[in-house]
Design a protein. Sequence first.
Length: 697
Amino acid sequence: MSRKSRMTYAVVASTALAAGTIGLSPTANAAPRADQLPGSVPSWAKASHQVGHSNTRTPVDFRVYLKSRGGDAAAKYALAASTPGNKTYGHFLSPRQYNARYAPSTRSVNQVKSWLRSQGFKVGVVPSNHRYVEAIGTLGRAATAFHTSFAEYRVQGKTLRSNTRPLAIPSSLKSVAGVVGLDESMALVHTDKTVQPPAGFRNAQPCAHSWGDTTVATYPTPHGQKMPTEYPDYAPCGYAGAQLQGAYGMTGAIAAGNDGRGVTVAIIDAYGSPTMLADANEYSSRHGLPTLDGLYSEHVAPGTKIRGDNSHQSPSGWSGEEALDVEAVHTMAPGANILYVGSPNNYQDMDAAMNWIVSRKAADIVTNSYGWSGEALPPGYIKPFNNILIQAAAEGISEFFSSGDSSDETGGQGDGSNATPDWPASSPWVTAVGGTSLGVGQSDNNRVFELGWATRKLTLQNANSKNPSWTSDGPYLYGSGGGTSRLFTQPDYQAGIVPSSMADGDLSGGRPQAMRVVPDVSALADPTTGMLVGQTQWFPKGTYDNTNGSYVDPQCTGGACYGEYRIGGTSLASPLYAGMFALAEQRAHAAGYELGFANPLLYTLGTAPDGSAPQFDIWPKTSDDPQGAIRVDFANGVSAPTDTPKSYAYSVRTFDDEEGLTIHVEKGYDDITGLGSPNGSSWINAVVAAAAPKSAG
């Protein structure tokens, strides 16, 4: 298969988007023929899951997506512009140039608008790149217009709406690529982190400042609980500032002014925290980072910063995601501009937020910490979203996505038939960032160890006895998302680097060709060795801090107060990596060019476990590596009312514990950590050199 055909949107036969036609009963007015929209019924909308009919009076706000002009011409150009050695390499398009070549035509847009109005819909937003036409109406009108009906289905503990039959539109509307927003697949989006503030949460003691400085032998528990010695180290309280810069070898570059200045990193989340800038500045002042004043901006639609939750959405949980993303990018690129783009909800508008950035090239780099479990979205949604990512690549925008926190989606049960990476990380047009467990040294913030993130939880047995012990085995908890796509063929940049055992693995009855494998790269994600994050949270009155035996803060004896806590997930890995990529982007800008889509560059760089290559290769855990760490938590999440065993929960969180998974850490590329993590200035230099325009021979 040629390079060009590999990087276009390719789907295996089981989900092929072959258009079909439905026959309509003839009427006196001889209604025009209607064609089914391929892939317009979610895979979860099974009759066996149906629990009732949808209310036809329900208001709906959906988008009709249009195809790019020229078929796969936009994808071919984006690939050529992103591939070193191609004569088109580095010739990225402006949004205006892209629109002139590949955006849907004004005629196509007007046809769709006219049809929508004829069906009784109000026409809303049409972005400058003509990517979609927004329509507003009722579910009953949608059922009539698209020749279907709607029902409620029970899915992953939620009751969601879907059309019962494929959507159908007049055959004259040949420019339509898909419809997004009539079914509620978007309600399944999740953030890849493990704590959901702003409900108050605080780290309990003991915890370590640096790896290994607080052990069971040197630090007693608050109530004198004897700890078994198989796992001698307490979990870090959370790394911050210079610790993370040092662990990834970025200290010298940042001190020399290579801190991301002049580069804009965009962050897409849902909703918006009303205290974000104040929280980030407080965090920065505590951890040796410069203020974000003058560097931080927002694009948040009116009404976005809502505080209440409903059955499908969690605005309060997303505020913790926003704080994590902003503070992680700022930690690794303290001079970069940060643009926060908040979707009005996490229900159907994350794609529109992405399109807003791409349609005006509002950023050089985008980091995204959301995704869906697996690839089971309707293909009619995946293809339009992929087209936005293709435009980003054509314009020279680097897109990073967290790879997910559920490993291969099997729950550690070894059920290979259900193994899958997450979407959108599986798109060949994004850089999927997997996760690691990280030890940061005390003396010079060095990388003591970095292992694949795959965790089991062991609990304390006979806690009050003289000989307590940890359970010999425990449930799989979480880990870096990865695996082999069922939708996308192998992109050329992975050929010859990703082992065929991963790309061709027989997890779904056999694959006709090599497939895309996730992730591409990795960075810190394990919550046990995670980052310290700060934000305004809601604390109950009288929370107690056992570090000094007093109430937490004289100004915060309850209510909304700034607080810090350790957090992880590939939601952390993606913005950390994007921040480091901003340092390389700054260097490229100074030389007069842009980096663009990262993968064709990153797959040309070497990887080794000893610091001799630009990328730090994550190797399988050995007996000499730490096997895990003891985590101490307040039983109520925020405080220890009394120094008794009941006030605390003790557990061991293991490192690189892959038993029962179909993905494994290997030497070289692997499907938990990808190519590995950045290795300081040598990584920056190698990325910039790989992207440099080559003189004609």
